[in-house]
Write a protein of this length. Structure first.
Length: 395
């Protein structure tokens, strides 16, 4: 047990106010202390699919790898932050540190929520595993953050290159107006232009209650060769509906982007309109590997009707990272666990991945995919691979 643990928890405690402080007091950990993983996720609201996917993957990890590691009983504590309220995420993180005495914070479905929790991880000195949020700067917000998901630059750069090399000259860009959208837009615009392409217009849609119809009409009127889209997972259905209803595909306009718009969670619901979309992404449920076949089979069996998406592997690999770090440092404090995570490499259902020791961020393969009908269902079929893509998206 690390004595420096106590003052840091006290600081967080002060942030909670006197009433909460009276009921929670630090105590010493010992060898058999449970490994408590505090998962903060949107379980309700427009981004509930992220929470559903990640909790399903974390629970499956526990079922298949056992509910104890290095002699410590593993407990998952899951709380709903509703997806759009950073103050709620921060409060839950504080409560998990002080009252639940979690060992690790994890989850974080959207960037503003990860930003909100980062200072809590720093003060409490607990590892914070970002399983979903994808803005590049996130790990810089706390030395205790380690990411197992992806970054938007990573998932955008390959499709920018593909577009420039595949006779796409003029692009209309549409992104959600918040940090990951800005990351994705910047990566696409810079790389596509550098490769000789032209951006006709770059529009941004609100995160809350977006109406894609007027933007897609403008895209149609622009007569671009392609529509570049980034929207956070869960929103793809609404975008694809408008793309279909306004007949953009019939004009010959290609839809391209990072893979969030054709997220596996909603792809079957989107159906035929998704066919022909070209995306780059670190994970497809159709990824052809024994690890992924086993993963998809187990996830589908445990969660009938659910196809695992890219957020689910962020959760699965986050659990792997925590288990492996605890094996190396069975009673390690937060700092020691983060150190143990740095440089770790393994084969995920997505393919090979590693935690960059310098940035605590994920380095992984990113695949180009085309959405195709296979046996009557749409799947994102990988057709090219960029190996070991850095969080910055440098190829
Ligand atoms: C994010 O808010 O960082 C985020 C959420 C969902 C995505 C991608 C990025 O699909």
């Amino acid at each position: 047990m690390n004595p420096s643990f106590l003052p840091s928890r006290r600081k967080v405690l002060q942030g909670l106010g006197a009433a909460a402080a009276a009921t929670a007091f630090p105590r010493y950990a010992y060898a058999a202390d449970p490994l408590k993983i505090g998962l903060i996720l949107p379980m309700t609201g427009p981004f509930a699919s992220t929470g559903r996917q990640i909790t399903a993957a974390c629970k499956l990890y526990l079922q298949t790898h056992g509910d104890s590691v290095a002699g410590r009983k593993v407990e998952l504590i899951i709380k709903d932050d509703t997806g759009l309220a950073p103050e709620t995420t921060k409060r839950i993180a504080q409560e998990m540190v002080v009252q639940d005495r979690i060992t690790v914070l994890a989850g974080f479905g959207l960037t503003p929520l990860a930003f909100a929790a980062a200072p809590v991880a720093t003060e409490a000195k607990v590892p914070m595993i970002v399983m979903a949020a994808g803005t590049e700067v996130i790990p810089q917000r706390s030395p205790f953050i380690v990411r197992t998901g992806f970054t938007l630059p990573q998932n955008t750069a390959p499709v920018a290159l593909w577009a420039a090399q595949n006779n796409i000259k003029r692009v209309f860009s549409l992104v959600t107006d918040y940090a990951p959208g800005h990351d994705s837009e910047k990566t696409f615009v810079n790389r596509f232009k550098a490769a000789g392409g032209t951006i006709i217009e770059a529009v941004r849609t609100p995160l809350r209650n977006p109406d894609y119809a007027p933007f897609l009409q403008r895209a149609k009127d622009s007569k671009a060769d392609a529509l570049f889209v980034f929207v956070p997972s869960g929103e793809g259905l609404a975008v694809m509906k408008q793309f279909e209803e306004r007949g953009l595909k019939q004009t010959g306009m290609k839809m391209i982007g990072p893979g969030d718009v054709v997220d596996d969670d909603i792809l079957v619901s989107i159906g035929a309109p998704a066919v022909g979309v070209i995306t780059s992404m670190h994970y497809s449920a159709a990824h052809d590997s024994p690890e992924n076949k086993a993963y998809v089979a187990a996830m589908t069996k445990a969660n009938p009707g659910m196809r695992p998406n890219f957020h689910s592997v962020g959760g699965w690999d986050g659990m792997h990272l925590i288990y492996e770090a605890v094996k190396k440092q069975p009673n390690g404090n937060g700092q020691q666990l983060v150190e143990a995570m740095k440089g770790m490499k393994w084969t995920s259902p997505r393919g090979p991945m590693m935690i960059d020791p310098a940035t605590r961020d994920v380095i992984q393969n990113v695949y180009l995919r085309e959405t195709r009908m296979v046996n009557g269902e749409p799947w994102n079929i990988e057709f090219a691979k960029f190996e070991n893509v850095k969080p910055s998206g440098d190829l």
